[in-house]
Design a binder for this molecule. Structure first.
Ligand code: ATP
Length: 241
């Protein structure tokens, strides 16, 4: 793992009722890292993100920037700067782009921060996603899938994240749009923001990632160095192990 992890989960497990969906695992993100979480459907990728945020019943412990994160208290976790872009985006379709962005600023924990800082974050979001600026008055639900994903990321950025967790941002998007969004995640990460990226499209994610956790059937199957993944076959061997 990284020398100085900013996020560190130890023996983290998760269950839904009596069903264990994630067997205990250690998971680390170094400062400035982009970590990919890969694996087939039902492997437990979304559950791992939910477990980090404390949205499900968990065992073990998650620390962020040296202190233990609370469980079952999403607002407290968000205000610490641990921000999730959920699968399906979680934006409000009937509301405008501007309203969705505004909501990100306070509902996810940015509300107590200054107006000036908010304006600065907004121009940063427009720099990353110029299309959002052009569509400020449009209802979110009437935008394309790719634009909605941009909005979901933009909204998360308005919450002043110290780490960004994304659950399959490419879901339902064309390859070209996916590449555009992943490229922007790369830009964000290189600006210093640690990123955890859950992806089914392993090759695209591996291009960006410093490390990759591979899940299979609710367990950690491997931690990979993307530079050492030579072929798709090598990945497939873990998928079907
Ligand atoms: P996908 O890409 O399909 O979302 P995933 O790797 O993210 O897959 P999870 O959504 O984390 O997988 O699901 C892991 C396991 O937990 C699956 O067997 C799933 O059926 C189960 N599961 C997920 N959510 C719940 C829930 N709310 N209640 C009960 N079981 C659940």
């Amino acid at each position: 793992g990284p020398a100085a992890p900013v996020l560190a989960a130890k023996g983290l497990s998760a269950r839904y009722g009596q069903v264990q969906a994630l067997a205990p695992l250690d998971f680390e993100v170094g400062s400035g890292e982009l970590v990919a979480v890969l694996g087939p459907n039902g492997a437990g990728k979304s559950t791992l993100l939910r477990a980090i945020l404390g949205l499900v019943a968990t065992g073990g412990e998650v620390s962020f920037q040296g202190t233990v994160l609370p469980r079952r208290n999403p607002a407290a976790v968000a205000s610490r700067g641990v921000v999730l872009v959920p699968e399906g985006r979680g934006i409000f379709g009937p509301m405008t782009v501007a309203e969705n962005l505004e909501l990100g600023a306070w509902s996810l924990g940015g509300g107590r921060r200054s107006r000036v800082a908010q304006e600065r974050r907004l121009s940063w979001v427009f720099e990353l996603f110029p299309r959002l600026k052009e569509r400020l008055g449009q209802t979110a639900g009437s935008m394309s899938g790719g634009e909605q994903q941009m909005l979901a990321i933009g909204r998360a950025l308005m919450a002043d994240p110290k780490i960004l967790l994304l659950d399959e941002p490419s879901l339902g998007l064309a390859p070209r749009v996916t590449e555009e969004i992943l490229e922007t995640l790369g830009v964000l990460n290189r600006s210093g923001l640690p990123v955890v990226l859950v992806e089914q499209r392993a090759p695209s994610a591996l291009k960006l990632a410093n490390r990759a956790y591979l899940l299979s059937l609710g367990r950690l199957a491997a931690v990979l160095d993307p530079r050492e993944v030579q072929s798709h076959d090598q990945l497939a061997q873990y998928y079907f192990a």
